[in-house]
Design a protein around this ligand. Structure first.
Ligand code: GLU
Length: 316
């Protein structure tokens, strides 16, 4: 069997909620069921919103749940925190400058979101190309007034792949994605660049994450190709919805692990999520280890999942 390497790549902007736990569980099961390695990478690019204290709590929560990892996190040092990997991203951003057209973009947020801007199905705005093709003099003048972001120009290319949960997916980069950011004007690298470089360098062979990131995948596959990496396999899992059908988020404090750990055992949390994800026939407490033998991606539904009953009374 080829070498398998999975990862969990949380952004520690708050305590883990049940949606994050489902993602951690399925990514762990997928890698471990194949005897693969599992990595923990902390995606704290926005270092102000992502303090180390939250990252440490995520590690503590993963241990409590019974999910282990082979490398990453605090014990393995700074190289597993994106906020400490800027020199690496700089090197790969320079490589992208050679392989594609990267240009300074001076557009403000307000200009980008102008009413006339075409919106994509996921709510993003298709970049109008305003700063593409500025000449040296225009760039020089604009630089005096504001620091630019770096944007990459997408060619006339269609990216197709088969997602392990959502099935075939195709995206025409110019019309369904548009030129996108590699680095913000404050110098922080964009998620798309960092995640691609890290998955590539860390030898990740499978990416498991929420289906809200499905539309980022074509961009990432294209960047993998430009940088000479082999793109991983992708599995975009259903989201967890609260009682009102809204997607769970870090705002749902009553469902974060800080609260749930006081009321439930790890086996109850894992068991309820495994049942919601169709991995078990009935909701019974179970450990991640005991789910390994029955794990099969074909069982996981594409469509979003409702909050398991045991957590409903929790949500007031
Ligand atoms: N850091 C992202 C998040 O927590 C996940 C990125 C990924 O898995 O590619 O939403």
């Amino acid at each position: 069997m080829p070498h398998v390497c999975g990862r969990f790549a949380p952004s520690p902007s708050g305590r883990m909620h049940l949606g994050n736990v489902l993602c951690a569980l399925l990514s762990w099961l997928s890698a471990r069921a194949k005897g693969g390695k599992y990595l923990l990478r902390i995606e704290d690019l926005d270092a102000e919103r992502c303090p180390r204290s939250y990252a440490n709590l995520i590690e503590d929560d993963l241990r409590w749940l019974g999910l282990d990892w082979d490398a990453g996190g605090a014990a393995d040092g700074d190289s597993w925190y994106q906020s400490c990997r800027t020199p690496i991203y700089e090197k790969y951003a320079a490589l992208l400058q050679e392989k594609a057209e990267v240009y300074p973009c001076f557009c403000s947020r307000a200009a980008l979101h102008a009413a006339s801007a075409p919106h994509l199905s996921d709510g993003r705005v298709l970049y109008a190309g305003t700063c593409y093709g500025l000449n040296a003099k225009q760039i020089y003048e604009k630089r005096k007034r504001r620091a630019p972001a770096d944007r990459i120009h997408v060619p006339n290319l269609t990216i197709s792949f088969s997602d392990g949960v959502q099935g075939p997916y195709t995206e025409h980069l110019p019309s369904e994605c548009g030129d996108f950011l590699l680095r913000r004007s404050d110098g922080v690298f964009a998620y798309q660049l960092a995640v691609t470089v890290d998955d590539g360098l860390m030898g990740v062979t499978e990416v498991v994450r929420g289906r809200d990131l499905l539309s980022s995948t074509a961009r990432q596959i294209w960047l993998h190709q430009l940088l000479g990496f082999h793109p991983p396999d992708y599995f975009h899992i259903p989201l967890l919805l609260d009682c009102d059908g809204r997607r769970l988020s870090k705002r749902d404090k009553d469902l974060d692990l800080g609260v749930l750990r006081q009321r439930f055992s790890p086996e109850q949390v894992i068991g309820a999520l495994a049942f919601a994800a169709h991995l078990t026939e009935r909701p019974r407490p179970i450990s991640p280890q005991d789910l390994l033998s029955g794990f099969d991606w074909n069982r996981i539904p594409r469509t979003d999942l409702y909050l398991p009953n045991i957590f409903r009374s929790q949500q007031l």
